[in-house]
Ligand binder design. Structure first.
Ligand code: DAH
Length: 355
């Protein structure tokens, strides 16, 4: 038996020599080291060996088996090395090739402007207060001192929200907010609820989307953003309004920028103003963007109307405040000389990639 095994062993070694790939190696392993291989089954045949020979034969079988196992491992390693050498040679990488650039996403120019505006007010102690885009007529108009047939409604053409199957005159009208000003009422009521007898002071900015039923042109869109601001407290005066907004303009447009306030009209403020900043494109010299006036209108503002304060839960005898509203798209257009407001929703990468 041993002679037969020695012969098989020699044969296995020479077969192993001829193996050149992993698949053949696997087949070889099954044949010579697998459960059914003669060498593996040799122990079962020990009965054929005279008793006194068995220790010696057993030892030799073990040696042969270990030797085959080692030969197998050496071969497997040799094949791995050969494969690695081949891969290094054939699948060569040119590490000097330039990388493939990945396109980066970026923030929309309106978002960037809103964040800049808001960051400045935050640094002055204002907090962000967001409120809903769908409003009742009451919040969007009436509580802001714009009663149903008030002519000021003509300033803001409105999208009304219809409920299917319900006649418009059966439910209180629901609108897409035409401005962020209704957020003033929400903010005041929320703050006042904390302590109705002594409502706390308020410093908030309210960024958000607004909607108007307009003809879309280069200058007007049906959907755009506003940033509203509201400060309410004791002894807040018009000079606080001017100081805060002038400081904001300096941080937004540059430390030397001059501002001016012009009387204006909004139903929810009294008195009302519009703020201009010196044209930052021509430095006030006059250019097409400022229409040769040297000034750019950037926001509306005013002292919160007593009726609005009361509607928010603040007693106008004890509290006063100022409010303002501005349009980030307009400011972005002025800054970058953008001629057409429709770019903001057009999603043209050639426009967006410039910011
Ligand atoms: N809501 C006004 C508009 O959409 C903007 C505005 C003007 C807001 C004066 C204010 C303000 O808070 O005081 O045109």
């Amino acid at each position: 038996m041993l002679a037969e095994l020695e012969r098989l062993y020699q044969q296995a070694l020479s077969e192993l020599d001829a193996v050149t790939d992993a698949q053949a190696l696997q087949a070889w392993r099954v044949r010579h080291l697998g459960r059914k291989a003669p060498l593996m089954q040799a122990f079962g045949r020990m009965r054929e060996v005279p008793a006194e020979e068995r220790p010696r034969v057993g030892r030799r079988i073990n040696e042969l088996r270990d030797a085959l196992q080692q030969a197998y491992e050496a071969k497997a390693e040799a094949l791995r090395q050969a494969e690695l050498a081949r891969a290094l040679q054939e699948e060569r990488l040119d590490v000097t090739l330039p990388g493939r650039p990945r396109p980066y996403g970026r923030l929309h120019p309106t978002t960037r402007t809103i964040r800049e505006i808001v960051r400045i007010f935050q640094s002055m102690g204002f907090q962000v207060f967001t409120s809903r885009e769908v409003e009742t007529d009451e919040y969007n108009f009436q509580l802001l001192n714009i009663p149903p047939h008030h002519p000021a409604r003509d300033m803001q053409d409105t999208f009304y929200v219809a409920t299917p199957g319900v006649q418009a005159d059966e439910t209180p009208p629901v609108v897409l907010r035409t401005h962020t000003s209704p957020g003033q009422i929400h903010a005041m009521r929320r703050y006042a609820a904390q302590d109705p007898d002594n409502p706390p002071p308020i410093r908030v900015v309210l960024p958000g989307m607004v909607f108007r039923y307009e003809q879309i042109t280069t200058r007007s869109e049906i959907q755009f953003t506003q940033v509203e601001g509201l400060a309410v407290g004791r002894h807040i005066t018009f000079s606080d309004l001017k100081g805060t907004l002038t400081e904001w303009a300096r941080r937004m447009f540059g430390p030397q920028v001059r501002t001016r306030f012009r009387p204006s009209y909004f139903p929810f403020t009294e008195p009302s103003v519009e703020m201009d900043v010196e044209c930052f494109l021509c430095g006030g010299q006059g250019c097409p963007v400022c229409k040769y006036t040297g000034w750019l209108e950037v926001l509306g503002a005013g002292m919160v109307h007593p009726v609005v304060l009361r509607n928010g839960g603040y007693d106008p005898e004890r509290y006063s405040g100022f409010a303002f509203g501005m349009g980030p798209e307009r400011i972005t257009m002025l800054r970058h000389g953008i001629q057409d407001i429709r770019h903001f929703w057009r999603n043209d990468a050639r426009f967006l990639e410039q910011f």
